[in-house]
Ligand binder design. Structure first.
Ligand SMILES: [Zn+2]
Length: 774
């Protein structure tokens, strides 16, 4: 028997040359129409016949238990062909041989071949009307093909020649099957008369035949005679039931179904129709259907590609994608559908000073429905996207392989990701896993809730120099007042390019002070020969005493110092004042050692521009210099709450406690900073950080022996600072000369210069001073 499990397996499809016969099933013993037919065994998927495996001949398949015999159709056909060939050979040699004709009828019968049987019956057997045996055999064969009239004629012809009880009973059965119990009775009566016990079943059928005609009276009479002939059957369950039926319908004469005689009308032989061929084309049809669906999906997906729009800036704005307007909130992705191809992006609301741009999205046509790609359009090009991986595993199992570290993406108009499980949503708490094996999932999201410093740090990590420059320029297009991005960008541009870039916005009004400050600094460094005074005098004149213009004029290098002080004070006193001028005055006071003044000025500046970190830091420096520790701690408490400021605020706090001589809080702060290293840091790394922090404490306390001791622990030879502190100036000079040209280079030379001056070593002092200006 073919079997199908989970929709995959083998099954029979199609029926040809069907033979049906009402008979008893050899497996379950129930009476039913047993079917024999040619069919094809198919390999099936989801009950769809895909691959034909072999042709079969099914024999006597039971409608109740479905059991049957099966033989290979090829072998069946081959055996039949061989038998026919032999027969033809015999008939050729002796056409009128009685045994050969009987053999021929038996052959057609056993191969269930009605066409063959017809040829033999018409051509040969019709000549043998006088042969009782051949006629009886013909009758049986006609019955087999459910041709009742012809069977009746053959049986009658046989009996006319020679009486035979078995032939009588066959004729009786044929008559009963035609609904003629009265005609059948004479041929079956002998069973009762002679009490032929093993043919009693035919009497049972005869009763059924009477009941089917509504002749219950006659049926009851017959049943009485049966009880008399076969008393042992009286208590049989079916026999008793049969009697009850006739007793019940005796008066009404109702016709009752005869389950053992009635036939569906499908008995006998038929060739089968075109549906037998259907299974052969089902698989191609299904495949064609799938192809059409797939191509449809590919076309549809291409026409309606899902794309996420991401606003990476700090303010909402409207963008037109292929002319369709979409409003975007900061950090909130929006999924839209667009046709693949060129996509135009414009900024219709004027809130965003970016030029129209376009990008191109295209996926390979044939793999499109299966390609799991995530497209993200970031019109402002300043978003930072993160890709994360998470491994899910069940607790007692071995720990999962570590997840890949997050990856960041920035600076592109179009970002493309492959195989993302969660697009702009959180990882779920749980996922499904086969047999509890660890499962890897990925997600993509927009990084938000970070300050400009952190955004730029991430961008610097993932972009090359050229991309970083473009990223900075994009941020400044969005917000030219973004002083943090401005100094970040200027730090990455060669001096002349920086000057050229800054020059593009020097004419902007209100005056972009930070742009001018950077411009002045770069010009002083790159083009010291250029006198900026006329340019800034003109700016001050054009802006009629504008505080920022006065400040910018006052801070130029070429400016006379007294004049500079006068201009800065004028700018600070203007209404509105220049916060930069106030801060500059504080800075001047700080370098001149007038700490109380420094605190006063920088505090004013900080109040006016609380968000400006460089002004905030100047205020903190002034507080530190003036020894205003409590006010400084309060400032640090506020600034450490700002994103990205935690660590630097903590470091400053350490210095305050150290200078205050607050040993308990100093130690607590060192502990807090070591904690920040997390559990992954090893002992060596911890000691190194601790050493650095304790060195800082020594510096704050002026503890030279303590500093030298700590320095010797973590240095192979004498370092520059230790050499200076020990007064070994020539050693220090040698070390300074070998120092790489990095940020600390200037400080080292300045330090050496001052120490040498103090020690009266003019030679070293001059050399260190000269190095500073190389
Ligand atoms: Zn059965």
């Amino acid at each position: 028997m073919p079997t199908v499990i989970n929709g995959i397996g083998t099954w029979y499809y199609g029926r040809r040359r069907i033979h049906r016969l009402k008979n008893t099933c050899e497996f379950c013993n129930r009476m039913g129409e047993l079917e024999s037919y040619d069919t094809t065994l198919y390999f099936t998927v989801l009950y769809i016949p895909i691959v034909p495996l072999s042709q079969k001949r099914i024999l006597y398949s039971c409608p109740y238990c479905r059991k049957h015999r099966v033989t290979n159709l090829k072998q069946w056909e081959a055996a039949k062909a061989q038998a026919i060939a032999q027969l033809m050979d015999k008939l050729g040699k002796a056409p009128d041989d009685r045994e050969t004709i009987r053999e021929a009828i038996a052959l057609a019968h056993s191969y269930q071949d009605e066409a063959l049987f017809d040829r033999l019956a018409d051509g040969l057997a019709s000549h043998w009307l006088e042969d009782a045996t051949i006629q009886a055999q013909l009758g049986a064969a006609y019955s087999y093909f459910a041709r009742r009239k012809e069977a009746e004629a053959a049986f009658r012809a046989s009996l006319a020649v020679e009486d035979n009880p078995e032939t009588r009973r066959q004729l009786g059965l044929t008559l009963m099957r035609q609904g003629r119990p009265e005609d059948a009775l004479p041929y079956l009566r002998h069973i009762l008369d002679e009490k032929i016990r093993d043919r009693a079943g035919l009497i049972y059928l005869l009763v059924e035949a009477y009941q089917a005609q509504g002749l219950h009276e006659t049926a009851l009479e017959l049943m009485d005679r049966r009880d008399a002939a076969f008393p042992d059957l009286v208590d049989d369950k079916d026999v008793k039931k049969q009697r009850k039926v006739s007793e019940r319908y005796q008066s009404s004469g109702k016709k009752v179904a005869a389950p053992h005689l009635d036939e569906s009308g499908k008995t006998g032989y038929r060739e089968g129709n075109w549906t037998a061929r259907l299974p052969r084309i089902i698989a191609p049809l299904v495949i064609l259907g799938l192809v059409v669906c797939y191509l449809g999906a590919a076309i549809w997906t291409g026409q309606a590609r899902q794309v996420y729009l991401v606003n990476g800036w700090d303010l909402p704005y409207t963008v037109a994608i292929n002319g369709r307007q979409e409003s975007l909130l900061p950090g909130k992705p929006k999924a839209i559908r667009v046709a693949e191809g060129d996509i135009s992006i414009e900024f219709p609301d004027g809130k965003i000073a970016l030029e129209p741009i376009h990008c191109h999205i295209e996926t390979p046509f044939f793999s499109r429905p299966f390609a799991r790609q995530t497209f993200v359009i970031n019109p402002d090009q300043v978003a930072v996207l993160s890709w994360e991986e998470l491994v899910y595993a069940l607790p007692p199992l071995p720990p999962p392989p570590p997840s890949a570290p997050p990856r960041y993406y920035a600076g592109n108009l179009l970002h493309t990701f492959k195989g993302i499980d969660y697009e702009f949503t959180d990882f779920p708490q749980n996922v499904k896993s086969e047999h509890g094996a660890p499962v890897k999932k990925t997600r993509v999201s927009v990084v938000s809730n970070f300050n400009q410093e952190q955004r730029l740090d991430l961008a610097a990590e993932v972009l090359d120099q050229k991309q970083q420059i473009q990223f900075g320029k994009n941020l400044l297009k969005l917000n030219p007042d973004d002083f943090y991005s401005l100094s970040w960008l200027i730090g990455r541009l060669p001096a002349q390019e920086g000057i050229d870039f800054l020059s593009t916005r020097l004419g902007a009004r209100p005056i972009l002070v930070e742009w001018h400050r950077h411009y002045q600094s770069l010009m002083e460094k790159k083009h010291p020969e250029v006198d900026l005074l006329p340019k800034y005098r003109q700016l001050a004149a054009e802006n009629k005493g504008n505080a920022d213009a006065l400040y910018l004029l006052g801070r130029i290098d070429q400016q006379d110092l007294d004049e500079s002080e006068k201009l800065l004070k004028q700018a600070a006193a203007s209404r509105p004042p220049s916060v930069y001028a106030i801060n500059a005055l504080g800075y001047n006071a700080l370098v001149q050692g007038e700490f109380a003044d420094a605190v006063r000025w920088t505090q004013d500046a900080h109040k006016l521009a609380p968000q400006n970190p460089s002004i905030g830091i100047a205020y903190q420096k002034a507080l530190m210099a003036a020894g205003k520790f409590d006010a400084l701690l309060e400032q640090l408490r506020i600034s450490q709450a700002l994103p990205g400021m935690w660590l630097s605020a903590l470091m400053e706090r350490l210095k305050v406690y150290a200078r205050k001589g607050d040993k308990k809080n100093t130690q607590a702060t060192i502990e807090e900073m070591l904690q920040l290293m997390g559990p992954s840091a090893n002992a060596q790394q911890r000691r190194s950080v601790q050493n650095a922090l304790e060195s800082t404490v020594c510096c704050c306390n002026g503890d030279v022996p303590g500093y030298l001791k700590l320095a010797s622990e973590f240095s192979n030879g004498l370092d520059l600072h230790s050499a200076i502190l020990q007064g070994k100036l020539s050693v220090a000079a040698g070390l300074a000369a070998n120092q790489k040209d990095d940020a600390s280079h200037l400080n080292s030379h300045a330090l050496l210069h001052l120490t040498a001056l103090k020690a009266g070593d003019k030679k070293i002092a001059d050399r260190a001073n000269a190095s500073n200006f190389l």
